[in-house]
Design a protein. Sequence first.
Lengths: 134, 134
Amino acid sequence: MTAYMLRPIGRVESALKDRASAPRQPDEGAPDAWLIFDDQYVPALDGLSPGADMLLLTWLDRADRDTLTVHPRGDAARPITGVFATRAPDRPNPIGLHIVHILAKTGPRVHVRNLEAIDGTPILDVKPLLTPDR
Amino acid sequence: MTAYMLRPIGRVESALKDRASAPRQPDEGAPDAWLIFDDQYVPALDGLSPGADMLLLTWLDRADRDTLTVHPRGDAARPITGVFATRAPDRPNPIGLHIVHILAKTGPRVHVRNLEAIDGTPILDVKPLLTPDR
């Protein structure tokens, strides 16, 4: 199959420095963080406002892409499950999805609340939240 | 910046054959469709069950990746907005996000309700739904 090339559009700047210290979910102690976009993408940020909740897509560049099954949450007591039924970061295309609340925005820098992505994580995209109703 | 390579894990099989006929949102008349995974990923599908709602990530391979601003929904009456504040398919990394309801699953074939992706669209990932509460 054809492969496709991702172009990172920026990076996460965070106090979280490695996977071992990263919480599994944002409500488990993730710190506020900065999204630092490349200057060329500033026009694409127009319309993002402090106070809004958005979806952030990242590339989990430290993931193992050959993992197809896991014990959910790394808990050996849970039965082995296909990665597509879980949020495990190790998966064939390790795209991270994060709901972020925008605290502030200055040019290419966006400050967000409670982000569980590690410092340096490449940013792929930002989108409005999906809601099952629409 | 480093670029990253996506590996499509399957394809959408749908009666929607081109962008012009695709609805903008799934509740605007999208048909049921099949997700056809490559055989090697069948183990990763273990745990996906008919009746479940999941997030499907696709690669919108017909998108224009140089678009940074749009009139939302292609409506010239709406003010120009950065693509990251919209769901426009044309964007630097055209990753499609779809909430799908699983109707049936047989080996590498998964039947889903109301999918607005076009026939042949590459599949990147499947994940549990995100909920703002967790």
